[in-house]
Design a binder for this molecule. Structure first.
Ligand SMILES: [Zn+2]
Length: 311
């Protein structure tokens, strides 16, 4: 055990007292300087704008009323609810990402959709990304999914057993599109997937479902006479192994920015053909890496600052 001599103790004490006497003076001076700096409105705005919030780092929903705030690709979410990892007719994938949150309407939709799909013979949904606990920009993988009204559902049916935690992280989704052919892969695409899309589209709150153009083209060819639901099936890049369901703004959710209404018709016309043109193909070359999309608070609706910092 170390002993401290009386002399030593006294020396330390004097040093401490000197510091203690100086500390309040230093702190007050610093506070004054900071106040003077921030009192300048332009500088304060600058300092605030410089903060790039990491929405993915927040682990709990904002304790606020359920509210989708802003647009699907530029907004945030108050009062989010977590979708339980397993439920009747569905299992949630990639739990470690913590993107299984949504507006209560999205949670209710997935649970109802899973039951309806199962009643229709689909073995079970595998649910991919939804939203972060407070929504907001996602730094990897999605431009949208920001206000808790988007969900990715795999085209791969769930197995009859409960997936292990490890399988939920590592199991991969099957692409429905044959490589380099811009057609569906008949060894995996079937009328079952078509029926699943139709079931999802049958919910009035579902406004759009994004799929690869090859899948839209297959749906157009195979839908038969019942075609009104095809209007909701929208071609988009990617989306070969999952479809992306987007709900309309919930009624009364006034901060939610609605999208353009759907164009008339089933979308199986020349507009769809464009997607197969050279112009529509993604530019060749390696994908841009390391370019984190930057979303300052200034890029989002003002209410998102409160959502980010609340609780
Ligand atoms: Zn998506």
């Amino acid at each position: 055990m170390q002993t401290v001599s009386t002399l030593d103790f006294a020396r330390r004490g004097r040093r401490y007292l000197r510091r203690a006497a100086l500390a309040p003076v230093a702190a007050a001076a610093l506070a004054l300087l900071l106040a003077a700096f921030l009192a300048h409105p332009a500088r304060a705005a600058e300092a605030q704008a410089a903060i790039v919030p990491d929405w993915g780092a927040i682990s709990a929903p904002a304790p606020a009323p359920a509210r989708a705030i802003g647009g699907y690709a530029r907004g945030c979410l108050g009062g989010a609810v977590a979708l339980p990892a397993v439920g009747t007719g569905y299992q949630v994938m990639r739990l470690s990402r913590k993107r299984y949150y949504g507006h209560p309407e999205l949670i209710a939709f997935i649970q109802a959709f899973a039951k309806k799909a199962r009643a229709d013979g689909w073995p079970g949904l595998l649910v991919g990304d939804m939203a972060q606990p407070r929504g907001g920009p996602i730094l990897t993988g999605h431009a949208s999914h920001q206000i808790g009204l988007d969900a990715d559902i795999w085209f791969t049916p769930a197995p009859a057993r409960r997936l292990s935690a490890d399988e939920r992280e590592t199991m991969s989704a099957t692409s429905m599109v044959a490589v380099n052919t811009m057609t569906v892969d008949r060894s995996v695409w079937s009328s079952r997937q078509l029926r699943l899309l139709r079931t999802a589209a049958s919910f009035p709150e579902v406004e759009r479902i994004f799929v690869n153009p090859a899948i839209k083209r297959a749906a157009c060819a195979e839908a038969g006479k019942d075609r009104a639901w095809l209007a909701k099936i929208r071609p988009w890049w990617g989306h070969t192994s999952h479809f992306h369901v987007r709900l309309r703004c919930p009624p009364g959710d006034t901060a939610c920015l609605a999208q353009e209404p759907l164009p008339a018709g089933d979308g199986c016309d020349s507009g769809l053909d464009w997607w197969f043109s050279a112009e529509a193909q993604p530019k060749a070359g390696p994908p841009a890496t390391g370019s984190r999309r930057r979303f300052d608070f200034a890029d989002l609706p003002p209410a998102c600052r409160g959502i980010f910092f609340s609780g």
